[in-house]
Design a protein. Structure first.
Lengths: 331, 331
DNA sequence: CTGAAAGCGCTTACAG
DNA sequence: CTGAAAGCGCTTACAG
């Protein structure tokens, strides 16, 4: 059984394909009689007619598909929320969003065999040749990735400031010798380095010694080893800034393992405020990132870029109140 | 600057579009001289030629795009791994995978305006009219969702058995009055109900009283209230099966809050074995699901369905060794 | 070994 | 108010 085409609908309703197209695309200029309109709509419904996206794209020269290329690091609730919101916003503009989950370094070129896209939203940086090729093909490219070495992370606000907030809080509660719990997951180094830079900068400004960096895997033994290292440093570390809440939870376990107490012996601060942070023993002090506001900001930026067709929208300044220290009991 | 077409490549290399098409699609039957072939390939590269997916799809009548419709519940590492593997497998077959993240109940029909797809993989059940429409349009539909009321979850192995394993372990360590910590997140009820059914079944078989079900949100106060409820039940509950590790961690916090000890006063078992499970205080006993094997099984099933074009592949039996109890200190 | 031509299903000036 | 016709860029019998 062949696919239903607009010609089928035209024949069945006794009009030309032109009229079918006008009716179904709601063009107001060509005034079609109400009777005809209804007949066409009804026929299309009855026949289960779905226009060919390929034919439309070929004819109009533009696609209604926006592709979102996901980053290499594990995607969490922030990206999830972003995708949902972006899907919604684009749908309101007649566009559809689909996400590419390939972790492979395979060039995007392979994808273009399967789909034509109107715009590509990168939550990660593109290979320069990929980006050039896309622009040459007339695809609009929006990247939220920071320039190499820039102070801004792909999104999620100002990572450097997150580290700064951690160190300032630790210093504010009287800790002078700080440790930094660096993540073992290599996919995440770009974030980690920026947060660590923030801790370093704060230490320098506050006349504290530079933080003692130790890698902490998500296991008690790894964390315990790090804790021993910190305690036996020249100045015994009394405050630890962790890359994120998961790492902070590992540090908590390591401190327990070593028979020390939090925050009396060692204070610990995380980043993210995951749901589990408040359930930790003791409840974790952390830097929360406002997902809602971040996402709203990003979506607005992307939609603006797509609306005016300007491919050169760099990331504009994020609202400055995206980060917030949540003080609980661990520091 | 207009887009580069196969006609441009043909002109620049002094051959016909036929030859360009043959060369670029690697058709062996039409024997093209090696010299010509190389010239065409080189010219295409130099011009940055990318065939129009729309034109190809229109002409061949088939698309190389496979769409994966994601479920309503929060996507975690399992789905992530699945998407990666599936992307890889399909790429090897010249197809591309893209994911749809819309949580909306908006009909899929809107999506067909933007893309033609070869197959749709549903990690969630489709509305009957959506599914019918897709099949009518010649789209292959593969669903991993269990039939309503069926014993198998969308994927991720046998959820009923996970609950069974929890209850059996608790009973095996001498607990007779069991509690069930039901999740507050409504998106996850399908899973929760199956796991709970497993706990119920095991209790019945072992001649234990039915489990006392309490909802537990991811907050200490909510969990503490549940713990009080369990302790004051007719038979004071001494073992709790939690929906998953996150909920189990909340129960741990609630037990602490009430001044009780785990596992001496109350034993707790989770499901999932998330990285944080081993970092809990005390380390969490849980039912691990082998992500790798699950994913491999699912991917094989889906790829088989796409390869032979048979849309009627029901979920075949999963390997039985997907679930494994990991005994740590909480039970 | 290579080219001219048809046709996939749509949209849209243009003519009536 | 509605229709006939062109053309988007490709692939593929078919002819040479």
């Amino acid at each position: 059984m062949a696919r239903t085409t607009s010609a089928d609908v035209a024949r069945a309703s006794g009009v030309s394909r032109t009229t079918v197209s006008y009716v179904l695309n709601g063009r107001r200029d060509a005034s079609i009689s109400e009777v005809t309109r209804e007949r066409v709509v009804e026929t299309a419904r009855r026949l289960g007619y779905a226009p060919s996206a390929a034919a439309r794209a070929l004819r109009t020269g533009r696609s209604d598909l926006v592709l979102c290329v996901l980053p290499d690091w594990p995607i969490g609730p922030v990206v999830d929320a972003l995708l949902e919101d972006l899907t919604e916003e684009l749908a309101a503009r007649g566009m559809a969003l689909l996400a590419h989950h390939g972790r492979d370094r395979r060039p995007l070129a392979d994808l273009w065999r399967a789909v034509d896209v109107r715009a590509v939203v990168g939550l990660t940086a593109f290979a320069p040749e990929d980006e050039a090729a896309m622009r040459r093909a007339g695809i609009q490219v929006l990247t939220t990735a920071a320039a190499e070495g820039g102070g801004r992370a792909p999104f999620a606000g100002d990572q450097v400031r997150a580290g700064r907030l951690q160190a300032e809080h630790l210093a504010g509660t009287g800790r002078r010798a700080l440790g930094y719990a660096y993540p073992a997951d290599r996919r995440v180094v770009a974030f980690a380095d920026q947060r660590l830079a923030g801790v370093r900068a704060a230490c320098a400004e506050l006349d504290l010694p530079a933080p003692v960096v130790r890698e902490v895997a998500l296991e008690t033994t790894s964390a315990a080893a790090a804790v021993r290292g910190w305690r036996s440093a020249g100045d015994a570390v009394t405050g630890v800034a962790a890359y994120n809440d998961e790492v902070a939870l590992a540090v908590l376990a390591g401190v327990r393992e070593e028979g020390l107490r939090v925050p009396d012996d060692v204070a610990v601060v995380g980043v993210d405020d995951v749901p589990l942070a408040r359930l930790a023993a003791p409840p974790l002090t952390t830097v929360a990132q406002s997902v809602d506001r971040q996402v709203a900001h990003l979506v607005a930026q992307l939609v603006a870029g797509i609306d005016d067709g300007d491919a050169d929208h760099g990331p504009s300044a994020a609202p400055s109140d995206l980060l917030e220290l949540v003080v609980r009991e661990s520091a």
